[in-house]
Design a protein around this ligand. Sequence first.
Ligand SMILES: C[S@@+](CC[C@H](N)C(=O)[O-])C[C@H]1O[C@@H](n2cnc3c(N)ncnc32)[C@H](O)[C@@H]1O
Length: 283
Amino acid sequence: MSLTDREQLAIDQARVLLRESGVWDLEDDLSCLIDRYIERANKNRALDEFMLAVKERCNRIPLGHIVGTVEFDSMPLVVGSGVFIPRHHSKVIHKWLEASPVLKSGTIVLDLCAGSGAIGLAIARRRPDLKVTCVEVDEIAIQYLKRNVDRLANLGIQANHMQADILNTRAFTQFKNQVGLIVANPPYVPQFQELLPEWSNHHPKASVYSGTDGLELIRQIILLASELLSLEGWLAIEHGEEQAIAVRDLFEQRGFTNTQTIIDKETSDASGSSVMTTGCKSY
Ligand SMILES: C[S@@+](CC[C@H](N)C(=O)[O-])C[C@H]1O[C@@H](n2cnc3c(N)ncnc32)[C@H](O)[C@@H]1O
């Protein structure tokens, strides 16, 4: 296959970079990457792989787990088995942020229950002047989170990652009264609720379910936020449509004001509604 000058230049640069990084099987790795990302010429093999992928999808394996990446808010994120696939529903948070609270440059932002980092990284992309930290506890999910943070740093998107359990309040002492915005798409499905197989069978249970009423982690996030947010800091949590009243009550019980639930029809689809509640810490 003939290569363009640009392709040849990229391959030459790649060879140098791989050598410098200490990769031991340089030429094999390089030819695999060329085959995958530049040539894609072996049509027979491509067709076999296509049919294998279609069959996996028919078994309701999430598309992101099959193809290994997902596009979220114009960012290519690495995903795979063991991590929650970001849903475009979460863009409700970014739309709200563009329309609502004015965050000063340098404001600390936490994305709790970050999974692959989609929500926090999208904030970092849109607002490079904020200090975003994505927090995740799961051993597998944190690997994807770290990879995405490192990969996107190459595109100029800067965020931090932190492995911590949001149930362990002491792990967050450094943030006490320091945070201007906390966002979260936590697990919020009641334990016995039936879901599409993509979620019930092919996602880690701890990324989807949260106690009998689905609110266990949401309660903890509201409690943690009441300690970590600075005065007039904001909290935004995604949840199920039928949980709206209960979630607003929980916000108000902890003293949050200006609470509102937003249902975004544009980003809702057959797999569920796009719903979030926001509130401001005012005490
Ligand atoms: C619904 S997924 C959302 C992931 C990501 N925010 C997104 O929208 O793609 C919830 C995430 O919360 C994480 N999680 C569950 N319990 C947690 C805990 N106690 N502390 C921190 N993260 C937790 C799960 O591992 C999972 O990655």
